[in-house]
Design a protein around this ligand. Sequence first.
Ligand code: ADP
Ligand code: MG
Length: 595
Amino acid sequence: MPIRRLSESMVNRIAAGEVVERPASVVKELVENAIDAGSTRIEVVTSGGGASLIRVSDDGSGIAADDLPFAVERHCTSKLESGLDDIRSLGFRGEALASVGAAARLMVTSRQSGASQAAEITVEGGRVGAVKPAALSAGTRVEVRDLFFSTPARLKFLKSERAESAAITDVVKRLAMVNPSIRFALSGSDRGSLDYPAVSGTDGQRVRLTQVLGADFADNAVAIDASREGARLSGFAGLPTFNRANSLAQFLFVNGRPVRDKLLLGAVRGAYSDLLKHGRYPVATLFIGLDPAEVDINVHPTKADVRFRDPGLIRGLIVGAIREAFATSGMRSSTTATGATVTAFRRGPIRPPASTTAWQAPLTPTGNAVANGLAEPAQVAFEGGAVPSADSRYNEPVPEPSAHPLGAARAQLHETYVVAQTADGLVIVDQHAAHERLVYERLKRGLESRGVGRQILLIPEVVDLPAEDVDRLVDRADELATLGLVIERFGPGAVAVRESPSMLGAIDASSLLSDIAEQIAEWDTAGGLRDKLEQVASTMACHGSVRAGRRLKPEEMDALLREMEATPNASECNHGRPTYIELKLADIERLFGRR
Ligand code: ADP
Ligand code: MG
């Protein structure tokens, strides 16, 4: 067979397959064109999941009648003035309209600002018609019908109308999030409609996110704003307790462009790694701004992947800023769950009180707990930790509740929950979850200062383990020692524990070591040693924590509260569960119908 040049329409059809994957990709290209044209309002109408109709109308700069044939021709663009290193528009490849024209019936109607009349052009399966006069007061209207009629193979791959329509909604929402000053409307026979009015001002970004994601998100997120070497990160990071079962609620933008980039998603995962349990995902909306020369968006025709010149910088910026934000945002736990609890209280059936509930115990300050605590053997929850001993601190009068955000401990219930009185309500702390976080943060501090306090075991504890686990642990003995765990090989199938972190108190060495060995087995090459050691620290913290079910003395309870206030991230345990919940007096009054 001789080699022949492909016909223009065949080239277009092949290329169209890359740009126009599904109806949502058409919507993305058309809305991006409208944004590039400086529009203040963009309206999208669809039907049949976008396969039968997509219409995008804008009030932007419009296209001159003479330019219409170029607009629909491949490799024609009015953008890309200063080269691929300096891309400031969303489009630059000049192939969206040509691709859509090759795959569907396309009609572009436009009136350039200042022009006396509008004009239109049609393209059907790649055949370009003549420019004709048309009626349109301003801006541009692009109508796409019968998508993929000319490439039936592609048509077969479309998902259900509902799935395609949902993908379109997602595209519009993402572009709306990053363009708060533009009004977005989306409607059609295949969907419920959306309408986000334009918002401006310093609060505009937050208001738009509330429009798109609902008020819950803003209520349960902390604002992020950080810069590093010319790169800026802004947006909102959801509280760890406000998590999801998948990563779909992570919205990432680079220079105003929605992206789904592995590096960025990985960085977000890293930032939350010790705040969320496996299989749960954070909710976040993050905007990265950097010099266009520092990022390559021309990786793929759909422009959803990006390459950073300095990936480490971007990863560090994201991980650092999110962690910092949680560490400094202080005591905050997801309010949404609390709201639901109160509702449940109020709506719940009235039951006769059970005979021995804690609520019947005298609620004089710590009365019950004192009695219980004194009966306990003198095992202290904070062995070896930074908490001052009882004598130095707890002979002082009980502090005014208002003096501390988490209040003054009043009682322990079910040997699991510490109840404290605050200035305007009460706090219930899950003692195991809270202690786990405190131990973990201490281990991390110890990692930083290379000084985790150890205790030497008088008789080394010998733990039998499978030979592979022994090898794994012994290979990492040096790193484990930085965390206060000193081990050595004890024959082929055993490890001897010589020293353990003193803050953990008595540990079950055998289950701790097998958990750590399992973790080491999963270490891959990605991620720094620091991250990995933090994971080990998290495992150790879980093993060393005050179990639910242990009675605490009043001073131990107060010490727990005070240390929580002084510890970063103390409102969630290492698995992302809240460590405490708060009920305001106002809520309690509502429960009793006093308000
Ligand atoms: P690109 O956006 O990469 O330049 P497109 O094929 O998407 O390529 O569009 C081709 C050209 O058509 C654009 O460069 C622009 O000049 C013009 N254009 C497309 N859509 C619009 C619009 N909504 N408003 C104004 N001009 C538009
Ligand atoms: Mg474009």
